[in-house]
Design a protein. Sequence first.
Length: 321
Amino acid sequence: MKPSCLWTGESGSSLPLIIEFQTLDSAAELAEWYRDNKERVDAGLLHNGAVLFRNLPIRSTEDFDRCLPVFATSFMCYVDGFSPRTKLSGNIYTSTEYDADFFITLHNELSYSARWPARLFFSCITPPATGGETAIADGRRVVGKMNPDLLEEMEKKGVRYVRNLHAGGGPGPSWQQTYETEDRVVVENFCRESQIEFTWKPDGGIKLVQYRPATIAHPVTRETVWFNQVDQFHPSHFTPDVYETLLMMYDYNEEELPMFGSFGDGSKISDEAIKEIRDTVDSEIVLTPWKQGDLLMVDNVLVSHGRMPYKGARKILVSMS
């Protein structure tokens, strides 16, 4: 008997499209179902931006690993990333490991890089007691709600991202963690291939500078979407006390902070503009509480994601294709 499921939100513009299985016992059953429904799922992903599968046979990292090949055959490592996470297997990482009381602002994964995943797969192994939702927002709607003058300026100037990666001691990730290597040549080759300006520092660290647009056209639908995370790199992202401490550490040079974001021409983006950007994105946030066995598939260009604060144990895994 083929698995039965209920589709919710397919005909509207709700986020996400939800596909809830009544009975599904194995990855093999899921694969057979997906082969029969792939075109419909793919169309739903482009229309809604994200698809939430419920009641999948996923209770562990190994279960998630067995189900991933159903949805994708080519996966990305988290090379060039800056969020703290642990690699559990070749394709699977923990979700960002910030403190439970920390709100992770919404972003498109690796939007500051020349290489980013097309799709993200989040899987719930252990839902938190309260909160902890993976917040998502449609970048098409964000563009439509953005202050036209600010949007024009962002699109005209673009974004400049600066990262300062230490060599093993300091705030933020090291370059070894970021590039999953101890070999400087590997890092240099990656930077050249990815249009990243790089400078090695006397203390063994490295400074990286990347220039990216504020919006891009989706490769399939050609719709314009908000696709940047300059607010996460902007100094106002730090709490005032942390910002002041870091400035003292780096001789009051913002360009030496672990991360820094500005307009593409190097001019500063005001705190007020960043707040307006955050408020606009946040106004589009959609929250769906996690349940064990959930798998959320996200179009990484159409939809940004973040994380709400939570209480209790929480284990959400992620893979990128």
